[in-house]
Design a protein around this ligand. Structure first.
Ligand code: WTA
Length: 658
């Protein structure tokens, strides 16, 4: 990185000239309307966070300590005590806000919905927490959770937090093997699951998967099963207990455990596709503080804001911005169980209209699907309640950004592009919507108190305008403290490249002349053609500028002459047919936009791209397809048939067939 060609590669993104200052109407009532927060945090990051810890959290024992840093390890507020569930529920109820809705829950079947107040949440959490104690779970025990998007999922997480048992949530779309691996890694004693979940109008056999996983994870002694669909499921009387039976007769009050600030709140495994998943370990106080402050400031959460983070609770985005941040702030959220396309592509907009959602947060991959489906779907609904839009998870191409701003936001809502990772706990690079002038495609500037640096291979800061490795130089409260039972890997993965004081993110980035950050995707997504490095993000962003292209993924395939060659996978918009002419046109289009060096060796059309169930494109598989290798593990794919189809096409196009 940092070569001239990297420059060329990202040029089109930086050429994006449009800028969007905060609309006056928005800025005049923004939560953060004064840029002195940046100065205060810059001068004294520790004091800045200490002040916020007073403001945002309820302590059982006030901390006297702030940051203690013994690189690469740190603690925040180490001698403080609190309970996270009490911060998320009890104090709102005690302040007389028990009748406020915590979740407007929307089931996938259209007839189902329910509102849960903070008071109801507290009672349900307390009953389950008591039941878990009755079942033998005590402070420090790990509890697995494998559920769909039902209110009982946050209830289960908070019940664990209440008794000090770290939860290990595993996304309900994972296979039983992935679940078993995470249960074994964390040594979970109990697993909370449900009979079945709903997805795209079909039923997901969660209990059947949970059974297989529990059989393969010897530490798991009991299963607690929430009844969702009511269908009959296999049952083991010695091991399984229905949720409703477990809580029957349990009191709806439960003394919260006194937890140290640094006690583990949860483990969450990152979605590694090749290596063993890593159990990212988050604390109680620092994590909760970071989630709550970033939630309120970045998404501009007022007392009456209706908030919807359309992620899955099974990922870190859901942990921080569906559960902990919003509940700590006493916010009313939407929680939707199902698929955005069920029964049709306007489901999200119907829900926005129904609940008058003000702030909406989703991923670029879904935004691009919305673009592909066209403007008629949002046009069916009144979206005028929206004040702010957010995006997370991957770089967003400026075209999708502008579409989101225009078609969904009615040219009225700031779009906050938020950069962060499972490891960081909460958002690190982001606009503050009342202050920051936006540039489509850029996550803009560091959150107050966060000190990123873009370094070259040797650890020198790259000059502004050049690409390099994104690092963070100073600890923040929400950062993970280690990897579960693998501190060595924590050190070697994240703190060996540049030493123990510099967190290595694994992402590439560059800063433009205004100091704005442009994320270039994972380092391993960089393609090296004849010694020239190109960002896959850049090529993809260019391809989707073409009128025929809905989605695109680029990968580097080994090439004996040029190091790598670029192979692109393209999903066309409705009304366009794959053809050799169109493939050629797209190759020339990329060459014209970025430079000849970026001209793809092949453009392949598919009916879909291989994605994980969370919507991330599986680049390792694309690489295997492009290079004609045997395909690796495809069990985490949303639709495994997609890769077979692409593999055949690749073999034909790249001359390997027959
Ligand atoms: C990518 C998700 C560009 C990045 C919260 C990071 C982004 C990885 C953005 C973490 C963004 C996340 N712009 N890239 N706004 N947000 N990423 O752990 O490559 O699932 O390293 O956390 O997603 O993914 P994770």
């Amino acid at each position: 990185m940092g070569t001239e060609s990297t420059e060329a590669a990202i040029e089109a993104l930086l050429d994006e000239q449009r800028t969007f200052p905060p609309p006056d109407e928005f800025a005049s009532r923004a939560i953060v309307a004064d840029d002195s927060v940046y100065r205060r945090a810059e001068e004294d990051p520790e004091g800045f966070w200490r002040g916020l810890a007073d403001e945002f959290l309820d302590w059982l024992t006030e901390p006297t300590k702030g940051l203690e840093w013994d690189p690469p390890h740190c603690t925040w507020f180490a001698d403080g005590e609190l309970n996270v569930a009490a911060n998320c529920l009890d104090r709102h109820v005690e302040a007389g806000r028990g009748d406020r809705v915590a979740y407007h829950w929307v089931g996938e079947p259209e007839s189902e919905s329910a509102d849960l107040t903070y008071g109801e949440m507290l009672r349900e959490v307390s009953r389950l927490a008591n039941a878990l104690r009755t079942l033998g779970v005590s402070k420090g025990d790990r509890v697995g959770i494998y559920m769909g998007m039902v209110p009982e999922l946050p209830i289960a997480m908070l019940a664990c937090a209440r008794i000090g048992a770290p939860h290990v949530v595993v996304f309900g779309g994972f296979s039983s093997e992935s679940l078993a691996e995470r249960l074994r890694d964390s040594g979970a004693r109990l697993l909370i699951t449900q009979d079945e979940g709903w997805r795209k109008g079909g039923k997901v056999p969660l209990k059947v998967n949970a059974d297989a996983a529990a059989d393969a994870a010897p530490t798991v002694e009991r299963l607690v099963v929430f009844r969702r669909t009511g269908d009959e499921v296999p049952w083991n009387d010695d091991r399984d207990v229905w949720w409703h039976d477990a809580v029957a007769g349990e009191p709806d009050e439960c003394e919260p455990e006194r937890m140290g600030a640094e006690d583990t709140l949860y483990l969450l495994h990152t979605s590694g596709t090749t290596a063993k998943p890593k159990g990212v370990q988050h604390t109680s106080a620092g994590y909760l503080l970071h989630a709550a402050v970033t939630h309120k400031w970045i998404f501009d959460i007022h007392d009456d804001t209706i908030w919807w983070c359309a992620a899955d609770v099974g990922w870190v985005t859901g942990h921080s911005y569906i559960v902990y941040g919003p509940l700590c702030n006493g916010t009313t959220s939407v929680l939707y169980e199902g698929d955005p396309a069920y029964p049709d592509w306007d489901r999200h907009w119907e829900i926005v209209e129904r609940y008058q959602v003000n702030s909406y947060y989703t991923a670029p991959t879904l935004i691009r699907s919305f673009v592909k489906m066209g403007e008629d779907y949002p046009a069916r609904h009144d979206l005028s309640s929206l004040r702010l839009l957010g995006t997370v998870g991957e770089p967003i191409n400026p075209e999708a950004w502008v579409w989101y701003w225009k078609v969904i936001g009615g040219e009225r809502c700031p779009v906050v592009d938020t950069w962060w990772q499972t490891e960081t706990g909460g958002i690190l690079i982001t606009p503050l919507p009342g202050l920051t002038t936006l540039k489509p495609g850029s996550a803009t500037v560091p959150f107050p108190g966060i000190k990123p640096a873009i370094l070259d291979e040797q650890g020198n800061p790259v000059p502004q305008g050049q690409g390099g490795f994104l690092t963070v130089k100073h600890p923040w409260p929400g950062m993970f403290r280690t990897l579960w039972e693998d501190d060595e890997r924590y050190v070697s993965n994240y703190f060996s490249k540049y030493g123990p004081e510099t967190y290595f993110t694994g992402d590439g980035a560059k800063q433009d002349s205004d100091g704005y950050y442009w994320l270039m995707g994972r380092i391993d997504d960089v393609i090296n053609v004849a010694g020239h490095r190109l960002s896959t993000t850049e090529i993809e962003s260019t391809l989707v500028e073409h009128e025929a292209v809905a989605e695109a993924a680029a990968t580097g395939a080994a090439d004996p002459e040029r190091g790598q060659r670029i192979v692109c996978f393209v999903l066309l918009k409705g009304g366009y047919e794959p053809s050799d002419e169109l493939a050629e046109e797209l190759r020339q289009f990329v060459a014209a936009k970025i430079g000849k060096i970026a001209r793809p060796a092949a453009v392949l059309f598919g009916d879909d791209l291989p994605k994980t169930r969370s919507g991330k494109i599986m680049r390792r598989l694309l690489k295997d397809i492009a290079e004609g290798h045997e395909l690796g593990d495809t069990t985490t794919l949303r639709d495994a048939a997609v890769v077979d189809d692409l593999k055949q096409k690749a073999d034909v196009a790249l001359g390997r067939a027959g």
